[in-house]
Write a protein that binds this ligand. Structure first.
Ligand SMILES: C[S@@+](CC[C@H](N)C(=O)[O-])C[C@H]1O[C@@H](n2cnc3c(N)ncnc32)[C@H](O)[C@@H]1O
Length: 283
C-alpha cells in the first residue's frame, strides 16, 4: 500500500501547504472544543509529510505531537520539516500504520487526528475502531477529515468548451478514483457517511463541520503552480477517458500560449470545502 504513496510526496506536500489556512481553522475549532493541557499527546495518523502536524503543534502548544505514517519518504520529510521549523523534541515523526499492532504503543492520546486516510483503507470501520483504541479513556477525541465538495478554480464552466465541461471532469475523476482505489480493496464511495461509520465502530459522534479553503483571485504564483500541477495530473490520470471535445477543453487550460489557460487567467481562484468529524469513545 505504501508503494502507491511513494510517488505522491510532491503532490501531497503541495496540497498540504496550500490547504494550511483551512487546516488551521479546523485545528482551532477542535482546540476550542477540546484543549488538553500540558503534557497531553496529539497523534496525526497518516500524517504524510507533516504539513498538518505543524499546524497541530502550533494550535496545541502544550502537547507532545507525533506524526505517524507508513510511507518512509513521508516520515523523513515530516522530520525534516519539524527540524526546519525548529519545533524541538515536542514534535516528532514515526513510522506506523493503521492495521499494524505496533500503533497501539502510541496510546493513550488526547487527540487523534486522521485526515484523508481512512477512506483509502479496506475496512474503514475496523480502522476507526483501531484509532479509537488509541484515545485516552473517556476524554480522548478523534478528528477525521473526509469528504466535502469538489474544488473549483475558475468561474462558471471555466470558459473553455461547453459550460458542463467542469461537471464531467469532476465526475470522470471521481469514477477514476473509486475504480483505482477499489483495486487495492479500499472502500471509497461506499455511500455511508462518517457519523454512521462512527456508530458502527462504537464511537459517539460529537460534531461535524466543513471548512473552506478560500483563496480568491488574484492568487500567488505558488497557488497558481499548485492548480496547474493539479490539472496536469488530472490530464495524466483521466485524459484518455474524456470525449475529444472535453480533452480539447482541458488541453486549452494547460496550454501556456492560450489566454484561457490556468497559467494566464487573472480570475483563477481556489475554493475547496473539507469536512471534519469529531468522535469519542462511547462509554
Ligand atoms: C492523502 S495522504 C494524506 C496525508 C495527510 N494526512 C494530509 O491530510 O495531507 C494519505 C496518507 O495516508 C498514509 N497511509 C497509507 N496507508 C496507511 C495506513 N494503513 N495507516 C496510516 N496511514 C496510511 C499514506 O502514506 C499517506 O501519507
Amino acid at each position: 500500500m505504501t508503494a502507491i504513496w511513494d510517488d505522491e510526496l510532491a503532490t501531497v506536500e503541495r496540497d498540504g501547504t496550500v490547504s494550511e489556512p483551512m487546516v488551521r481553522q479546523a485545528a482551532r475549532w477542535l482546540a476550542a472544543r477540546h484543549a488538553p493541557g500540558t503534557g497531553s499527546r496529539v497523534l496525526d495518523v497518516g500524517s504524510g509529510p507533516g504539513c498538518a502536524t505543524v499546524v497541530l503543534a502550533e494550535e496545541f502548544p502544550g502537547s507532545e505531537v507525533v506524526a505517524v505514517d507508513p510511507t518512509e519518504k513521508f516520515t523523513a520529510r515530516a522530520a525534516a520539516r519539524f527540524a526546519e521549523r525548529g519545533l524541538g523534541e515536542r514534535v516528532r515523526a514515526e513510522p506506523g500504520a493503521i492495521g499494524d499492532p505496533s500503533l497501539a504503543a502510541l496510546a493513550p492520546a488526547d487527540v487523534v487526528w486522521c485526515a484523508h486516510v481512512v477512506h483509502h483503507l479496506p475496512d474503514p470501520v475496523a480502522a476507526l475502531r483501531e484509532l479509537s483504541a488509541l484515545l485516552a479513556p473517556a476524554s480522548g477525541v478523534l478528528a477525521v477529515a473526509e469528504g466535502g465538495l469538489p474544488s473549483r478554480f475558475l468561474p462558471g464552466g471555466y470558459g473553455v468548451g461547453l459550460p458542463s465541461f467542469v461537471n464531467r471532469l469532476e465526475a470522470t475523476l471521481s469514477d477514476y478514483f473509486v475504480e483505482t482505489w477499489s483495486l487495492t480493496g479500499a472502500a471509497v464511495g461506499g455511500g455511508r457517511d462518517w457519523p454512521l461509520l462512527f456508530a458502527d465502530a462504537g464511537l459517539r459522534h460529537h460534531a461535524s463541520r466543513t471548512f473552506l479553503l478560500d483563496l480568491p483571485a488574484p492568487v500567488s504564483d505558488d497557488v497558481r503552480r499548485h492548480v496547474v500541477d493539479r490539472f496536469t495530473r488530472i490530464q495524466r490520470l483521466i485524459g484518455d477517458r474524456l470525449t475529444s471535445q472535453d480533452a480539447a477543453a482541458l488541453a486549452r487550460l494547460l496550454d501556456p500560449a492560450d489566454s484561457a489557460a490556468l497559467a494566464n487567467r487573472p480570475d483563477l481562484f481556489v475554493l475547496q470545502a473539507t469536512t471534519w468529524h469529531l468522535a469519542g469513545v462511547d462509554i
